[in-house]
Ligand binder design. Sequence first.
Ligand SMILES: [Zn+2]
Ligand SMILES: [Zn+2]
Length: 346
Amino acid sequence: MNALRYHADEGLLLEDIPAPAPGPGEVLLEVRAVGVCRTDIEIVEGSHPFYVNGGPEQPLVPGHEWSGVVRELGAGVFGPPVGTLVTGETGIGCGACDLCRIGQHNACPHRVETGIFGRDGAMRELHVHPAALTYPCTRLSPEEAALVEPASVGVYAAQRAGVRPGDRVIVLGGGSIGQMALQAARAFGATEVMLATRSPEKLALAAQLGADATFDAGAQDFVAAVMEHTSGDGVHVVIEASGSNQSLRDAVSLARPLARIVILGVFEQPWVQEIGPLVANEYTILPTVGSPGVWPLTISLMERGRIQAGPLISGRFPIADYRWAFETVARGGPTTIKCLLLPRPA
Ligand SMILES: [Zn+2]
Ligand SMILES: [Zn+2]
């Protein structure tokens, strides 16, 4: 079968390798669509935190945002039935430690992450995944189902922040995670949802997806504009999804006392921030990694159109055009939100 594999010495190659077989507790899937994420670019460029000191010891198949159709069940697996469209969770814990036992396998010290480290991802024709972390999404299209992963990150952010009616929420960052977090905050009942980013195209997308107000995060008077919009009050919840230090400073400037600040962005720089205002305002700072426990909820919100993935899809590439797909995502730009690889178009 065709597979993209990242090699420490040769980089990313399209190869013909043996198909995997499902082990006990696993399902074998025909992959339908895979998102190309900034994380995949960082892995291939060697800038991902796990790979700054060199590539993986074994070649790694990337791909953690995927959908596929069940083809075969491994030993001890009773579902989902063959033919079902499913997606699957990225972080896979040991199942035995105290964190796994309370469902926080995202923090398991022994975990692997599908397509990121320790376990092959879905940029291949056939993929194997633990049945227990595989979720049917029969009412979604294969392309939408591949974007349950980024949507679940937005839902986990809204859940971590306890978004509820009465809340004014602002999302900082207009990439796919930011657009998903915006929709999740709205689905959780926030009274007002806002999004700020520098790209007019991404602000327009946010408005299309239900933002009550949008702001140019690059404008001189950005913070003042949000404060004026909120009658000087600020916001109850900030969801930081851009990964820039300036954005974190803005988050603190926009937060009203007792605000919850969720940090989704990945930061390479240290956070330089006066602690005084955090203490004086009793802010709750909520860094997040992964999205445990919210996959069925995310799928149900997507099935009912409360979270839309379709408008985020900006490019589709057959797997043979993977270099073009990765270059497009690496280059970024205002109209690149989410690119999909299609290993075997239906
Ligand atoms: Zn991703
Ligand atoms: Zn564990």
